[in-house]
Design a protein around this ligand. Structure first.
Ligand SMILES: *[C@@H]1O[C@H](CO)[C@@H](O)[C@H](O)[C@H]1NC(C)=O
Length: 402
């Protein structure tokens, strides 16, 4: 190696030096060019006053970035930008960073989002990173509409990714979504990190992060206070990793609801490790509709979890039947197996800290309990089992009922 390098070196004449210098010049100028590919929404007419409609300006900035042959940045500076429902679609020519310093705010009239189902939607993108900023969907008017019994629109999810891959969502804050805050749907390889989600405990259907039909999703180091599930994992989710989550108020971390449809993809390989639940309705839950389905949930691991006054710290519920319509007196077809609960401690707000209510036609099997310590007030909590089987090891309090 050293010898041949010397030979090349000594055989270089003046013209090859010139070529070398030219080569470095080209590399250096292309690097400079990629730094310069920044598309500031202000240059496209966006107004940071929180009132003027900036939707078209954002869309134009996105189109420019998406058409750029080099990696590009869409930049949203400080200020409040009012956006109607907006779609950022791919495929794009190169990677894109969507960097937000300011706040994106929805129109105050909830009808302007409510019928589209989404507010900010990324679709068919690859290699997109969304960094920073605040999303404020101003959902309170919409929630009030729902609780008044008036006729209301279907509601919008604040930020969704569909049919996308290699996505990073980091450092964003989402407040007061109409429906779910963040949705990962039909995606591959997604990282959600350092996000902050805020909505009141009583806000309906404001799930923090919802995953469905996606493979390889990591959610890490995030704080979620909302009115429904902090994280919900729907049908077709595979290889999901959830780490360092603080949840509450909210309904906990839930696999489900599964089995709403007769024909449905299952959920497999989900890990939740490192989570604190504060006063939530549930801690870790698996939930299925009580009706026929070919769905399943298998190889699920919940570990290193602290419960603080949680109403159902550990729960499997296969009898979900909202409004008692289309399911009473039926059994869930969803097959639940190989669920591990390890190093889970803290306090339950109800006497039953572990509740396994499985399907009579599809009993749960392979539930493993290891090092569980859950108390209720100053006494021991209890456990409840129906159609559930498994094993326990180490200290398990309350004792298992398999
Ligand atoms: C399970 O998912 C994790 C990512 O969460 C992945 O690293 C691992 O390879 C998966 N295991 C299997 C057997 O697919």
């Amino acid at each position: 190696m050293a010898k041949s390098f010397l030979m090349i070196n000594s055989s270089m004449n003046n013209s090859s030096w010139l070529l070398l210098v030219l080569f470095f010049f080209i590399v250096a100028s292309s690097l400079k060019g990629s730094e310069a590919a920044v598309y500031n929404v202000l240059s496209y007419g966006a107004k940071p006053d929180g009132r003027a409609d900036s939707t078209l300006a954002f869309q134009r900035a996105w189109l420019s970035a998406c058409g750029s042959a080099m990696p590009a940045t869409v930049y949203v500076p400080r200020g409040n930008f009012m956006l109607r429902p907006v779609v950022f679609s791919g495929p794009c020519k190169a990677r894109i960073v969507f960097q937000v310093a300011g706040t994106l705010i929805a129109p105050s009239n909830y009808w302007s989002l409510g019928n589209s189902g989404y507010w900010i939607l990324f679709i068919k993108v690859t290699g997109v990173r969304v960094y920073g900023g605040t999303l404020n969907a101003q959902g309170s008017g919409y929630w009030a509409c729902k609780s008044s019994g008036k006729s209301c629109p279907g509601g919008a999810r604040s930020i969704s990714f569909q049919w996308s891959s290699n996505v990073v969502i980091s450092g964003i804050t989402s407040v007061n979504s109409q429906m779910f805050h963040i949705v990962i749907d039909n995606c591959v390889n997604v990282l959600v990190r350092n996000v902050k989600i805020r909505a009141p405990a009583q806000s309906p259907n404001t799930d923090g992060i919802h995953i469905r039909s996606s493979t390889g999703v990591t959610i890490a180091s995030s704080s979620i206070m909302t009115g429904d599930d902090c994280i919900s994992i729907g049908p077709g989710s595979k290889n999901i990793w959830i780490q360092r989550i603080v949840c509450g108020p909210g309904h906990g971390i839930s696999v489900g609801s599964l089995g709403e449809d007769a024909n449905e993809d299952g959920v497999q390989n989900v890990t939740v490790t490192g989570a604190v639940f504060k006063g939530t309705q549930n801690g870790v839950r698996i939930k299925s509709w009580g009706r026929p389905s070919n769905g399943f949930a298998r190889t699920i691991s919940f570990r290193n979890i602290l419960m603080k006054n949680v109403f159902n710290p550990i729960i499997i519920d296969q009898n979900y039947c909202p409004d008692n319509s289309n399911c009473p007196n039926q059994n869930s077809g969803v097959k639940i197996s190989r669920v591990t609960y390890k190093n889970i401690r803290g306090t339950s707000a109800t006497p039953v800290a572990m509740n396994f209510a499985c399907s009579p036609t599809n009993p749960c099997w392979g539930i493993a309990l290891q090092n569980i310590e859950l108390t209720y007030l100053t006494t021991q909590a209890t456990s409840y089992c129906k159609n559930a089987g498994g094993s326990s090891s180490g200290i398990v309090v309350p004792r298992s009922c398999f």
